[in-house]
Design a protein around this ligand. Structure first.
Ligand SMILES: Cc1ncc(COP(=O)(O)O)c(C=O)c1O
Length: 439
């Protein structure tokens, strides 16, 4: 079997890459030894790059402008990295692809009667950005409900992607440095790039290296915003949040930005996330929660201070210039979050399944996974093998995703098992046997 057995630690997965060919990258990339910035350099002006001569066919006619894109796709295919939207609904197979961690989406039909009864007038469109339309009570109710749960103001966004890209861009006033964990999600990387601010990425879950950066750079900036995730979506491990909160108490210019996309619904007594579980919500200047994963809805929210809420709704372009989620979506989110707060037994079961899977992978297959949560990666280290392995899983009745570059670093290609609380220990045992039969 071509699995990477007993791999020690989390792999260098990164969401920073893109599928664009290297020569077309316009942003400077970070390296571990320097700070990257999207700002124009103040050095001497460089000569403008010479345009690439237009290619021509043999008879001299210009090559189709689409050809480059087609060639790019062929290369992806050769490298076993071509993505396709699945056409099979996978019925009959167990779903280990989706982020429906509590099984709420699978049971959505059970909640529809209550939804229609309680929210009969919730419209399916907002028709405008919230700043350009009348207040809708379901948007307000959802924000008020989140505020009541977290004890601090909430602001809704259309998705986690909108939230991260827009908020990070908005936070980048002059004098701002971002320090982001090496494995943060692509939406955070895109926000950093768009922000034009200085940013640096620290080794994954390494608060000591982060501390050194804070010590070195504290005097050079007005604020240093540290970005981490409650649960990392590709390695399935958690942020060292206690250590991050401790650093914040030692470095007064530090702000803490925590993306709880994969921990909202899943961690904490009420399911509010890792910060709730550790009693550290007040240490986070911003908590991002997404509603399209465990919450079985769509959209996202930011939890922050009153000042920052006002600042964000005045400056965040993805909030200002995009039609808001529909009132129906907001109303459905209220219902789903109510359920989430009551599903602690499912959270505990999910944690049990994850521990069982990780320990059985080690005991039966001699394979170490970095996972400590419901996301359990099986690092394979080769794109073609990962695709074959995913096909083997599907043939054995489990839908699981092969994750390849650019979502993870080359050499750390993997199968990502996304567990949910509707599974049983028996399902996990069957899954491990199936993995063991892969040759
Ligand atoms: C950590 C993280 N943040 C944000 C997002 C984007 O959230 P959404 O799917 O709501 O756009 C994702 C998506 O997977 C994610 O993993």
């Amino acid at each position: 079997m071509a699995l990477k057995k007993k791999s020690k630690s989390s792999t260098a997965a990164t969401a920073a890459g893109s599928s664009r060919p290297r020569h077309s990258r316009r942003m400077r990339r970070d390296s571990s030894s320097r700070i990257s910035s999207g700002k124009p350099s103040s050095g001497p002006a460089k000569p403008a790059p010479r345009p690439t001569p237009a290619p021509a066919t043999q008879d001299g006619a210009p090559v189709s402008p689409v050809k480059g894109y087609a060639d790019f796709l062929s290369n992806l295919e050769k490298e076993h990295r071509l993505r396709r939207i699945p056409t099979s609904d996978g019925s009959g197979r167990i779903d280990l692809l989706s982020n429906d961690y509590l099984g709420l989406a699978a049971e959505a039909h059970l909640y529809l009667p209550e939804f229609h009864e309680r929210f009969p007038d919730a419209a399916f469109t907002s028709s405008a950005s919230r700043l350009l339309s009348r207040a809708n009570r379901y948007h307000l109710q959802l924000e008020q409900y989140l505020e009541q749960l977290y004890g601090r103001p909430a602001l809704l966004f259309n998705s986690g992607y909108h939230a991260n890209v827009g908020i990070i861009q908005a936070l980048a006033l002059p004098g701002t440095l971002f320090l982001a964990d090496k494995l943060v999600h692509a939406s955070i990387i895109d926000g950093l790039r768009l922000s034009g601010a200085d940013f640096k990425r620290f080794p994954h879950n390494d608060p000591r290296r982060l501390q050194r950066l804070l010590a070195d750079l504290h005097d050079s900036y007005q604020r240093i915003i540290v970005i981490a995730e409650g649960i990392y979506s590709m390695d399935g491990d958690m942020a060292p949040l206690r250590e991050l909160a401790d650093l914040k108490s030692r470095y007064p210019k530090m702000m803490l930005y925590l993306d709880e996309a994969h921990s909202f619904g899943v961690r904490g007594q009420k399911g509010l996330g890792l910060a709730e579980e550790l009693g550290l919500t007040d240490s986070c200047d911003l908590i991002i929660g997404t509603l399209g994963k465990a919450a079985a809805s769509a959209g996202a929210f930011a939890i922050t201070s009153p000042v920052m809420k006002d600042y964000l709704l005045n400056t965040t372009r993805s909030f200002i210039f995009s039609t808001a989620i529909s009132p129906a979506q907001a109303a459905w989110s209220i219902l789903m979050i109510e359920k989430i707060t009551q599903l602690h037994d499912r959270r505990l079961h999910l944690q049990h399944l994850s521990r069982h899977m990780v320990s059985e992978l080690s005991r039966r297959l001699n394979f170490e996974s970095p996972a400590t949560t419901q996301i359990v990666p099986l690092i394979i280290g080769d794109a073609a093998e990962a695709v074959l392995m995913a096909a083997h899983m599907a043939a054995g009745g489990f839908d699981a995703l092969a994750i390849r570059r650019p979502t993870v670093a080359a050499g750390s290609e993997r199968i990502r098992f996304s567990l949910n609380a509707l599974l049983s220990e028996k399902d996990i045992d069957r899954l491990i046997s199936l993995i063991g039969r892969y040759r």
